[in-house]
Design a protein around this ligand. Structure first.
Ligand SMILES: Nc1ncnc2c1ncn2[C@@H]1O[C@H](COP(=O)(O)OP(=O)(O)OP(=O)(O)O)[C@@H](O)[C@H]1O
Ligand SMILES: O=P(O)(O)OC[C@H]1O[C@H](OP(=O)(O)OP(=O)(O)O)[C@H](O)[C@@H]1O
Ligand SMILES: [Mg+2]
Length: 282
């Protein structure tokens, strides 16, 4: 049975459960459940604090886990990223009151408050900057107002929390994060159960980012049309009863679907349809 760690709280937990559900796995019904078995899929899910997931996976007691890239790096645990999942995207940045600092070199002798001590201490050491780091569990934006630190380093998504606290980012982004699947470093990646789990999640990612497009076009326009809709491998082209016309079917990125439909229409394609993909295996 494959043993998988899933975030039980915070920004990662809802979207992770949703993705697993879309991939056909049973998920817990109540937020108090700490583990469930999905016998049909031969998987056991453990609902753990996002911060602890890399530690469990690196111990080898759990096969794989879903966590944030920033949390993995912060933990320093012996685990590696095997699949990015595209949700809980954020940037990790320094911020302070305007005029405090322009770049990391200005942090010398200052105190930085953060919930991600591992990332910050590592980044300061790599940049050879001597600054103190104070660990706070959350709401770090308030640390400056209350005099605990001159600078914070935190997760930024929309920037609203910083703005509300009168703070501004400075310097280069420390890292870009998103939800990821991890496994213990150096584990055999060919394990069929792990591969099947990853293929299911990849199927969900593709179903979310692509749509199926169908249209009819004149044979003379086929090359131009196919250049607009190259598909993942190559489009399917079928003859129509009406001679001189073909039907084309290809997957296209959902974000570009409207533009592609306009371009196809402009070269004479007609009956252009898009349909959602519910699941797939590439
Ligand atoms: N506002 C946000 N937008 C996107 N991702 C976020 C946001 N806040 C935290 N994350 C991501 O969520 C993960 C942290 O999860 P964690 O559960 O520790 O914190 P949280 O989501 O802030 O929840 P809480 O602080 O309520 O416990 C990290 O990977 C982080 O990058
Ligand atoms: O840029 P934004 O869209 O404002 O998002 C970023 C904020 O979200 C997270 O905080 P959360 O609400 O989880 O509280 P916490 O600080 O207690 O973790 C993070 O720590 C930032 O404060
Ligand atoms: Mg938080």
């Amino acid at each position: 049975m494959l043993r998988i760690a899933v975030p039980n709280k915070g920004s990662l937990s809802g979207p992770a459960a949703e993705m697993l559900h879309e991939a056909g796995y049973q998920q817990r019904r109540e937020s108090k459940e700490l583990r469930i078995v999905d016998p049909e899929n031969e998987v056991e899910f453990f609902y753990l604090r996002p911060r602890d997931i890399a530690i469990y996976v690196s111990s080898g007691r759990l096969d794989i886990g879903i966590t944030g890239r920033d949390l993995l790096i912060d933990s320093g645990a012996d685990a590696e990223e095997i699949l990015p999942l595209g949700f809980a995207r954020s940037t990790f940045r320094f911020a302070a009151k305007p005029g405090t600092a322009d770049g990391i070199e200005d942090l010398k002798g200052k105190t930085v408050a953060t919930s991600y001590e591992g990332i910050v201490a590592g980044h300061l050491a790599d940049s050879a900057v001597d600054a103190s780091v104070v660990h706070l569990d959350g709401a770090v934006e308030t640390a400056i107002e209350l005099g605990v630190a001159e600078v914070i380093a935190d997760v930024v998504e929309t920037g609203t929390s910083l703005r509300n606290a009168g703070l501004e980012v400075f310097g280069d982004p420390i890292m870009e994060s998103e939800a990821i699947v991890i496994r213990r470093t150096g584990t055999n990646g060919e394990e069929p159960k792990v591969q099947q789990f990853l293929r299911r999640l990849q199927g969900v990612l593709v179903a979310r980012t692509y749509v199926m497009m169908d249209y009819d076009c004149r044979v003379e326009q086929l090359e131009k049309a196919v250049a607009l809709t190259p598909g993942l491998e190559s489009p399917t082209v079928s003859p129509l009863h009406n001679e001189g016309w073909v039907a084309v079917r290809a997957m296209v990125p959902a974000k570009e679907a409207q533009r592609i439909m306009d371009d196809l229409y402009a070269i004479g394609a007609r009956a252009i349809l898009t349909t959602a993909i519910h699941a797939c295996r590439l």
